[in-house]
Ligand binder design. Sequence first.
Ligand code: UT7
Length: 330
Amino acid sequence: MIQKINAAITAVGGYVPETRLTNADFERMVDTNDEWIKSRTGITERRILKEPGKATSDLGAPAVQLLCEKRGIDPEEIDVIICATVTPDMVFPATANIISHKVGAKHAWGFDLEAACSGFLYALTVGASLIESRRYKKVVVVGADKMSAIVDYSDRTTCVLFGDGAGAVLLEPNTDGFGILDSILKSDGSGKEFLHMKAGGSLKPPSAETVANKEHYIFQDGQPVFKAAVKGMADVSAELLEKNNLTGDDIAWLVPHQANKRIIDATANRMGLSHEKVMMNISRYGNTTAATIPLCLWDWKHDLNKGDNIVLAAFGGGFTWGATLVKWAY
Ligand code: UT7
C-alpha cells in the first residue's frame, strides 16, 4: 500500500528590519493619536525597510537563510521557493527568483503568488501539494512584503496599519501523520472595490497623472473590509474545525493574520479559544500582509510542540480568505 504523504513544516525563519515607526511618530505625521490606533487596531509600532535600494527580496532572503540554518541544510538542497507577496521587487521577474539567487538556492525553481493577506495560506497549500505529489522533497514558502513601498504616509486611514517583514517555512514529506492536514481557501472578486491599488496594473498603467493622483498606494474602505474579515475568518475557521471533527479544546494555537486585534478576537471567540492560545504580534509589527502568519510562527517557535494542532487563518484583499489545519511536526 502506498503511504500517505503530508507536507510537514520542519523549520521556520523570520526577519523584520531594524527601523521602528511608532504611534508617536505618526502623531507627528498625520492627524491621529496613540489611543485611536491602539484601541481600533491593537498596533503600537511597525518595522520599516528604510535603506534605499532594498526591496521585498531583502526581507525574504534573510528569512530563508535563517530557516536553512535552523534545519542545517544548504540552500542548494531547496527544490522550490514560492513567494507570497503584493509588493514584488519588480513586476517581473518574480521575487521568488531573486530570493533564490540571493540565498544561493541554485537548484530551485519557483514563482510568486499573489493573494494579498491570504497569500501565505494560498502558497502553503500549493507548496504542500508539491510535496504530496512526491516530486519535491524541500519546498520553501515565503511570505514577504515591503508595505512601506505602497503606503501613502499622508493618509491616516491606512498609513498606521502596515509594516514590513518576512517569514518562511520549509516543507518536507512526512509519513507519520504530521504536517498540513487540511485547508479551506476561498475568494470573492466582488470585494476588489474595497481594497486595492488603483493604478500600475494593466487596467490603468502608470502615468504622470496616476502618480499625481496618488493611485499607486493602498486604497482601503476599512468598514466593509472589517465586516467581511470578521465574518470570513471566523466562519472559515469554524468550518475547518467542524470538517475535521475538532473543537476549540483540540486546538493548541490559532495563528491568525494580523490585520486588526478586533478581527482576531472575534475569530478566537467563534472557535471557543481562550486568549492564551492565540498568537498575536500585531502590536509590534502591524499588518505585514503575507508575512504575518509565518512571523507569528517565528516569534512563537519555542512554544510549539510536536503533535500540536494549529489553525492558521487569514482574510485579505480580493477578497481572499481561508484556514489551514497543521499538526506540528517537531
Ligand atoms: O489585512 C487586509 C484586510 N484588512 C483588514 O482586515 C482591515 C479591516 N478594517 C479595519 O481594521 C478597520 O476598518 C480600520 C482599523 C481600518 C478602521 O477602523 P474603524 O473602526 O473601521 O474606523 P472607521 O474607518 O469607521 O473610522 C472611524 C473614524 C472616522 O472619523 P469620522 O468619520 O467618524 O469622523 C475616521 O476618519 O476614525 C477616523 N480615523 C482616524 N482617526 C484617528 C480613521 N483613521 C484614523 C486614524 N486616527 N489613523
